[in-house]
Ligand binder design. Sequence first.
Ligand code: GLC
Length: 380
Amino acid sequence: MLEQNWREGDAGGRRYAYTCPSPDRYPYQWYWDSCFAAIAWRRFDPSRSRAELESLLSAARPDGFIGHTIFWEPLRGARSVFYNRVAPGDLMTASIQPPLLAWAWQIAVGDPREVPALARHQDWLAANRDVDGSGLIWIVQPDESGLDASPKFDAVWGWQAQGLPGFPLLVRRNRRLGYDARRVLAKGGPVVCEVVTNVLYALSQLALGRPSLTPTLVERLYDEQRGLFRDLVLPAGERPQPVTWAALAPLALPDLPETIGRRLIEEHLLDPERFWPAFPPPSVSLEEPAFTLNETHLGLRRYWRGPTWVNAAWLLWLGLSRLGYPQANELARRMATAVLGAGLREYYDSRTGAGMGARDFAWSTLVLELVEPDRPAAVG
Ligand code: GLC
């Protein structure tokens, strides 16, 4: 499937190569999908991991910015209105996606400290998206988190949330503001300091040998009373925040304090009423009224509102496994059962394991990280 989804060619004299997330639905290079695919490729052909991540890096502007989606091949027809480009001919969107590039490089290619362009990319994020000087980064649109229609954004963006009729207006406003987080905030926001985005940013920071952001993440986003992580929103206000898998995502951080990790796991992840149905982890806690396995609303697709995604399973599995929980193997077994039964689908019914969404979905190959974890990182 990875071979089938592989795209390579020449765009205006620039070589590119990447794994498209799914041939029909997602033909372009998506930032975080590409990082996940590169991690899987190292098991079969490490030169593809390198080519994939080098393509992503070669799309960078001189200041280090890399967009959410790169259009190496011309955009197909009506689709172009859905993407966050500022001008129609732009190579990439002006929005971002969770920045795990340096971390993926470390896992799949080599030492990111030897690649100045990776540091430049991380620096761009710090310079442009750390709007309050805390060290963490802020997003201006739900899809910048990769978690498009997650119910945790419902009270933040209201009727302009992703997959609702007002979303195009949010995109139009952000385009006008050049996706500049400070300008968005100055115009009244909202901007969100989102957990998954910051966990992956923090993992890249560690991969680059920079000081850990984990203490800041804990200090700013950890809710001690409930034992889980929550987004910050500016301007601040009363905003209910349904519990989603993102609240547990810091489990992927190697230096997360162990007491916090154990609480995330024992009080939330392993609770059959919350995150441990037959095919864990659901993208939203089963206890939440917003939990649903129906991904359309008013005919529009709404993602991340209940089904199980393999990248999320992997990130939480990292913590389960690091802290020595036997359920790490159980999670691997169940995820593998879903994939073997239903194929490499975009996401899975958390109760039955039935395949849902796009077919031939590249990052679902991350299931190999769970079932065959001992694979050493690629060298050089
Ligand atoms: C959906 C997902 C997003 C992913 C994209 C391509 O928009 O929500 O996370 O990157 O599809 O697979």
